[in-house]
Design a protein around this ligand. Sequence first.
Ligand SMILES: *Cc1c(COP(=O)(O)O)cnc(C)c1O
Length: 433
Amino acid sequence: MTQPDRNLELFQRASRVIPGGVNSPVRAFKAVGGTPRFISRAQGAYMWDANGQRYVDYIGSWGPMILGHGHPEVVEAVQQALHEGFSFGAPTEREVALAEEILKLMPSMDMVRLVSSGTEAAMTAIRLARGATGRSKLIKFEGCYHGHADALLVKAGSGLATFGNPTSAGVPPEVVQHTLVLEYNNVAQLEEAFALHGKELACLMIEPIAGNMNFVRASIPFMRRARELCTEHGALLVLDEVMTGFRVALGGAQSVYARQIPGFAPDMTVMGKVIGGGMPLAAFGAKRAVMEHLAPLGTVYQAGTLSGNPVATACGLATLRLISRPGFYDALAAKTQALTHGLLAAAKSAGVPFSVDSEGGMFGFFLMPDLPQNYATVMQTDSKRFNHLFHSMLDAGVYFAPALYEAGFVSAAHTDADIAHTVDAAKSIFASM
Ligand SMILES: *Cc1c(COP(=O)(O)O)cnc(C)c1O
């Protein structure tokens, strides 16, 4: 007699009471097919599903779990905070400590405000950029995700002079009429857009290493030009580091670009994921002159009942303190590279077209010979082959992201043996492709 599939039972039960059975769409496995795994617990680099099957976890809650699941020092900090109270609706010392910690690690900012999700942080960053500049228009890039605020749910229009079209029902075209969507890494298009609209642009928002179209770096010339054009035209350069912040390096992707573009710094930074260590916590920050436009000092409104939540800030602070230890990112990058080099060698020896890139604890691989530079190229991936690889790896106890346009994450808890197991599994799957 076969065992009942608890994942399937739970998915059917969930689908009756939650749209699509999930509380965030990519969890539904729609891109790859099959039954989503319902996770019952996690520890270190592993997660266990409702059937008791163990997986090596390369999602890490889409990035936050950089220390692995259930790090004892983080658990202790959260437990202590719980005993002191869940939420007060009044300021606490831990919010100050977390703000100070973030500012120490990212010198492009003088002040931050804490919120509860990356969506909220990006949405408010746009409002603040508009309020601070007195302008309405903004640039975003195809394939970059900045959460689901209405003005950001937009795809490219039919031409450069035209603005975008909503990508979601429920977003009136008027709401995205100020959002200009450009191709990632296209310098000529960027220059043309600034020439046409430069004086009306409040900001340019970008994922410096785009993790929502798998893993695509903004090229150095592209990022340099974006910085120059924003400065020339008085628009704010907003880096969305919700995924890359404290993930690709302690100082975020901006520290990686600053190493190659002298003096490089964004005007505003959006953060989330790692800074909450797995709790609902996000932030945005900028220089004092910009941040002082926010209420209660200025006229740009923003608020939140649970903003700077005492339990979430305890989790974030404990996480940031552990990842600030010397050598943390060198060790994490070495683990990630052991994985990416292993996968590349396995694909090569099986004659499977493959390319791979990583920075710190974030990686992406593509079933194509060269790394793509923009969204259209990423989406040329043979999705059938990707889905085969994804499900075969899952069957082998390795949990990669269930969509070809998502990045992957390695944690400090992944061992050499976990990575060797992953590479071995990939080797035999590639051989059968
Ligand atoms: C995850 C993500 C967001 C949205 O954050 P949520 O906490 O899911 O709302 C925004 N921007 C980027 C780059 C992200 O990766």
